[in-house]
Design a protein around this ligand. Sequence first.
Ligand SMILES: [Zn+2]
Length: 147
Amino acid sequence: MSYKNLELRKQTAREYYSKKPHLAKNNQEKKRQRNRDLIHEHCGCECRTCGSTQNLEYDHINPALKKSRLSFLSIGKQDLINQINNIQVLCRTCHTKRSQAQRKAAYHLFYNMPLDEQENWISRFISHTGFVDRTLSFEEDEDMESL
Ligand SMILES: [Zn+2]
C-alpha cells in the first residue's frame, strides 16, 4: 500500500471512530490482547532473568533495532512478528537494571573513544542525519508497560 493510500485509510478510520469512540476502544483492546497473546506464546509469562511472575514488562533485547516509540501492544501484527525475536519478558526490577546497564555501557564505550571520534559522533548527532532511531533507542524506555 502506498504512503498516500495508507494516510487516506488512517484518515477515514479516524473519522469513522471519532463518531463511534466505543467501537474504537474495543478494537484497540482486541489488538492489544492479540499482541499480548502472541508475545506470551513466544516469550512465556515470567521474567527471563529471575523467573518472577509479578510486574512483568516487555524489553527490547537490542534497543538499536527499535522501529518506533510505540508499545509492542500497539503495533500491527506483521510488525510484531518481525520484531518478536527482539522481545523478552522481564519483571520491572530486572528491566530497570538491564536498561540502566545498557545506558552505562553506551556511555562507557563513548568515553573510551579517542577524542576526535567523540567529536565526530557529537557532530553527527547535532546534524541529526541518519541517527534518529539510535538516538531514540537510548532514551528512557517507552515500553515499560505492564503485561
Ligand atoms: Zn526479574
